[in-house]
Design a binder for this molecule. Sequence first.
Ligand code: TYD
Ligand code: ZN
Length: 407
Amino acid sequence: MTEQSCRLCKGELREVLDLGRQPISNAFVRAEDAAKVPFFRLAIGLCNSCAMVQQLDEVPPNQMFHAEYPYRASGSALIRKHGADVAERIIQTCPRGHDRFVVEVGSNDGVMLKRLTDAGIRHLGVDPAAVAADVAQTSGVNVWKEFFNASTATRIRDEHGPAHLIYSANTISHISYLDSIFLGVDILLAPDGLFVFEDRYLGDIVNCVYFDQIYDEHIYLFSVRSVQAMAAQFGFELIDAEHLPLHGGSIRYTVARAGTSKPTAAVAEFLVRESAQGLAEEATFVEFSAAVDHIRTDLVSLLRDLRADGRRVVGYGATSRSATVMNYCGIGPELLPMVCDSTPEKQGCLTPGTKIPVCPPESFSNPYPDYALLFAWNHAEEIMAKERLFHESGGRWILYAPKVHLA
Ligand code: TYD
Ligand code: ZN
């Protein structure tokens, strides 16, 4: 189904980028199932009314977020630290002796809630990724293995009472039916409660040509302007925006019931910067598209040249993002014979659409390749430190944003 109008405000959607036919980005499957991976059209539209950037087509949520959803938040030291920091902030701001109730939408393997469990804070995670939720439950975290929406919110409130904080990381932008999410927040949130969510930031995506941040799960690419409009539409107000370095640049949005808190200066400052950057203008995306096209040409010619020179190149990090890069550029096993990844659920499977075998990280050093295409660039520091010997023995990392370059 192709959207013609904005999912939020029903304004006109203009197509601004087409990344072609793409598979479900987290569909890592065994060879015998590779032909069954569903494809869809990955194209982006800009709402000329509320400025929300969103996908034109959408993959049904249960095809992406099912029991076996392979992503594990705890797989990265960076994300573990982030989860711990968020939990610490929540613990610090919970007045002692007050009974606080915290709900996390998209709690995955409990990387954040585990800390709240240990601190004795009443909490509930909501996540349909049942296998990840099992991991959380093993460490004592309370989880409902469901999608969050107005109906789940009603049941949570009936059972646990109102939430003082609803927190979510990298989940809200994955959900097309935001009307039901906000209705759920309205039902569940205490009158003075806060809805805090973090998502990748359109400003960084455009600035750094992170076109691989666009894949099935990222239905929306939020900006401060579009989130402000969205909150207002549902009777809420964006009262703070904080930039985070995570995932190549994210924003933590704090939303309250309209009129209950005064917005910080940061919100207005972001709006000024976004306007200067042209985040609501089609011309910005014409330029972005041209830069993406350039990356494809350069990356494919680099990989072909290296193959012609007899150099061995492998991929590092079978990220969801890598599906967009590989499928858009047409990079298959002939250019990249393997991708290594630390997620056990991905190992032994093929990359979606491009059918490149995913191997454990031990295969990387056995022997080292000449070049490694770093798909998990948001974990560059951690990975480069871990694979220091690769670089020291003459290996080079290939990066592709904002331009193809070696490190
Ligand atoms: P991530 O950036 O967390 O998410 P996404 O899939 O949403 O793009 O993915 C990081 C991937 O990289 C994940 O599959 C695990 C892998 N990885 C490694 O193989 N080694 C590492 O040291 C790290 C940090 C990640
Ligand atoms: Zn709109």
